[in-house]
Design a binder for this molecule. Structure first.
Ligand code: IFM
Length: 467
């Protein structure tokens, strides 16, 4: 059985996603100020191998080569983020015009090659100067963030027509302000709840600013979202634990945005967020986004764990469950993207969904100058097939962006997990297109893709004849 790009419709947006800190490097180039990730990476033993994003893929200096690569691969849409401290080094106040120009060049070159730029305003790299004042845990961040959004839209809104306010707020507040495993390394319920509320307020306010400045732009925001199941399906305690984890990781940010408030009835602990709420915040949390970005990689199994603080729940990793998994220890389970789409579609306020990230990190091997990453090709095909299924059943899903273009800096995991369609040699920075990149390219030039189950040899014949 085959499907082609055409089965998704002419208006379906295909692309790849990246994020500033993960690819740009140029950490102190041309007036850029430090971000919380620059600082966090300097601490010992926070990042695998003590890696950092100082150089990363050096996209700051090689953007023209990388945009040309997108063109060569027939990729029509490119999602990237703006480094806040590159354009506003202290986070607020003085603008760094060299930083502004970097993105001007990037955007203009994309447009010149017929590639549509999609911008994520905030993908986790808060200016360090703002963290010194409390960062996302300080309510002042609402003003700082509004200033940043305003600056992005006034500089780039004339050419960029698709905007996403935040990338995965649950991850940057949870990992950065509760668990302390991401920058800025803060721990505890109080800092998490404060950061979460201010991020939720900012996502709505960011949307309002974009719409008021540029009514011709489409505005969205993105969420990490996984299908969740109880570890023991008939165990009442596991069912309850799974429902709490679902409320926390899937619903905490989208429901207030949709005007439903925080999901406190399924997660009592969230009631404590009220401490950080001011009069009329409940209404200000809501905004009618043009689209919702869904970022799905896996499904999660949850069991009751009485020793765990607050939720009394624990996610059981894929390796413990002994199921197929990626280098992130995330189960390979394509129906999760279908189930997540169906669930988002149940919210009547959601107008349109774009898959803004989906992809996998595998142990790629070079063989005679080639990376034959069949596992990644199969992962992508199987997920696309599930997206098509949901679409055929009426879900208004309008785009699919692969995470990611280049092997890059994967936060606390450093450069170990590789998600790219293109390999980057960390020493020479040489780019090599993997077979998955060639496959995506042929798919986008309308060569039929193969549905799961087809033999690898057949797949290779298709790729080779397409190139
Ligand atoms: O690399 C990240 C990205 O920054 C946010 N979404 C998930 C990706 C893979 O972990």
């Amino acid at each position: 059985m085959l499907f082609t790009k055409n089965d998704f419709g002419n208006d379906f947006k295909w692309g790849v996603s990246t994020a500033a800190y993960q690819v740009e490097g140029g950490h102190d180039a041309d007036g850029k100020g430090p971000s919380i990730w620059d600082t966090f990476c300097q601490k010992r033993n926070k990042i695998f191998n003590n890696d950092n994003g100082n150089i990363a893929c050096d996209l700051y200096n090689r953007y023209a080569e990388d945009i040309a690569l997108l063109y060569k691969l027939n990729i029509p849409n490119y999602r990237f983020s703006i480094s806040w401290s590159r354009i506003i080094p202290q986070g607020t106040g003085a603008i760094n015009y060299k930083g502004i120009d970097f993105y001007n060049h990037l955007i203009d070159f994309c447009l010149e090659l017929g590639i549509e730029p999609w911008i994520t305003i905030y993908h986790w790299d808060l200016p360090e100067a703002l963290q010194r004042k409390g960062g996302w845990a300080n309510r002042e961040v609402l003003h700082w963030f509004s200033y940043f959004v305003d600056c992005c839209i006034k500089n780039y809104g004339d050419r960029v027509k698709h905007w996403m306010v935040l990338n995965e707020p649950m991850v940057f507040t949870g990992a950065g302000y509760f668990l302390g495993v991401h920058a800025p390394g803060k721990k505890g319920l109080s800092s998490f709840l404060a950061a979460a509320h201010h991020a939720a307020m900012s996502q709505a306010e960011g949307g309002r600013i974009i719409r008021s400045l540029r009514g011709d732009c489409k505005v969205g925001t993105t969420f990490s979202y996984s299908h969740i199941e109880p570890f023991r399906h008939f165990e009442e305690k596991d069912i309850k634990a799974a429902s709490k984890v679902d409320a926390l990781i899937n619903r905490t940010f989208i429901e207030p945005l949709l005007g439903m408030g925080y999901p406190t009835s399924d997660l009592k602990i969230l009631e404590r967020i009220e401490r950080f709420m001011h009069a009329h915040d409940e209404q200000k949390l809501a905004f009618d986004m043009d689209f919702i970005g869904l970022q799905n990689y896996t499904r999660e199994f949850v069991s009751y764990a009485p020793w765990m603080p607050f939720e009394k729940a624990k996610i059981i990793k894929a390796s413990i469950r002994n199921v197929e998994h990626t280098l992130m220890d995330w189960e390979v389970y394509p129906p999760s993207i279908y189930q997540s789409l169906k669930r988002l579609d149940e919210y009547k306020q959601v107008k349109e969904i774009i898959i803004t990230e989906n992809g996998a990190a595998f142990d790629d091997q070079f063989e005679a100058d080639r990376i034959d990453d069949q596992k990644r090709i199969k992962f992508l095909q199987d997920h696309m097939a599930q997206v098509l299924l949901a679409k055929r059943e009426g879900v208004n899903v309008k785009g699919y962006f692969i995470w990611t273009l280049l092997d890059n800096f994967e936060w606390a995991e450093g450069y170990y997990p590789k998600f790219g369609l293109v390999h980057v040699d960390l020493r020479t920075l040489k780019r090599t297109i993997k077979d998955s990149g060639k496959w995506y390219s042929s798919f986008l030039s309308e060569i039929p893709a193969v549905l799961p189950g087809v033999r690898d040899e057949e797949m290779n014949i298709q790729i080779n004849s397409a190139l």
